[in-house]
Design a protein around this ligand. Structure first.
Ligand code: NDP
Length: 249
């Protein structure tokens, strides 16, 4: 049990990478609090995660509700040994067609909310705790119509390094997992049918040396390492889980 007697907060823990990570953390002994918007998916996730998991419904773009939800989770669990700020959305922001509302939405969800998640969790984060942010290869990789999303993830990457220096005096480590294309529902908007999805994954996979998307479990393994004491001297760093996409020439 690599997380025996530990507690973890995971935003966006009812789907995709967050859910896979919550299940893995619980299987390794942690008690997990997850957040999300969709009540049914939260309730279903709690059953899947087990080990006394709790679910808090909160929209991360409503910063007051986010702070209240995290405080409630902190009071229930007593402390957070691990915080995984994972909730996020995809979405295209094509030049010439993007509204301010669309741009604001992606910034607020993927960037502003990450800052306020960490800030709200901080009073409950244990000394020597582990904070993990979910980034993206898009922070360093140019793709059509992705400037808004990429900007949020470049901001998250910068926050990882800055939070690490802020929190080092308390022994709190701050690191990032950096997914490349990963099979989760985040792609549903861009590929609503199974055929659309297969075509999209095949197209993107041509630029991935391993020739396929990652699985949510493959991201969760890296989050588990960063959450565990095995990574106790690692902070301000990131683990890129992209099948070689950003290492390819
Ligand atoms: P999913 O769509 O499966 O999960 C996203 C999670 O975020 C859900 O639990 C969702 O819950 C939550 N969420 C989204 N918006 C909000 C909101 N406004 N308030 C509260 N919760 C919210 O996608 P992934 O698992 O793929 O995404 C997780 C992270 O991984 C994201 O930060 C994403 O950017 C990153 N990532 C993913 C990649 C991929 O290819 N899958 C690649 C690179 C990075 P609910 O809908 O209930 O609110």
């Amino acid at each position: 049990m690599r997380l025996a007697n530990k507690t973890a907060l995971i935003t966006g823990g009812n789907s995709g990478i967050g859910l896979a990570t919550a299940k893995m953390f619980a299987a390794e002994g942690a008690r997990v609090a997850i957040t999300g918007r969709d009540r049914k998916r939260l309730d279903d996730a709690v059953v899947l995660i087990g080990n006394g998991a709790i679910a808090i419904q909160a929209d991360v773009t409503d910063i007051e509700a986010l702070e209240q939800g995290i405080t409630e989770a902190g009071k229930t669990l007593g402390r957070f040994d691990i915080v995984f700020a994972n909730a996020g959305i995809g979405g295209a922001t094509p030049l010439g067609q993007t509204t301010l509302a669309q741009f604001d939405q992606i910034i607020r969800t993927n960037l502003t909310a990450v800052f306020f998640t960490v800030q709200a969790a901080l009073p409950y984060v244990a000394d020597n705790g582990s904070v993990i942010l979910n980034g993206s290869v898009h922070a360093v990789l140019g793709m059509p119509h992705s400037a808004g999303y990429a900007a949020t993830k470049a901001g998250v990457r910068a926050m990882t390094r800055n939070f690490a220096t802020d929190l080092a005096p308390r022994g709190i480590r701050v690191n990032q997992v950096t997914p490349g294309g990963t099979r989760t529902p985040i792609w549903d908007n861009r590929a609503p049918t199974a055929d659309d999805y297969a075509a999209l994954e095949a197209r993107i996979s041509r630029a991935i040396p391993f020739g396929r998307f990652g699985e949510a479990d493959e991201l969760a393994q890296s989050a588990l390492f960063l959450a565990s004491d095995e990574s106790r001297y690692i902070t301000g760093s990131e683990i890129v889980v992209d099948g070689g996409a950003t290492g390819a020439p």
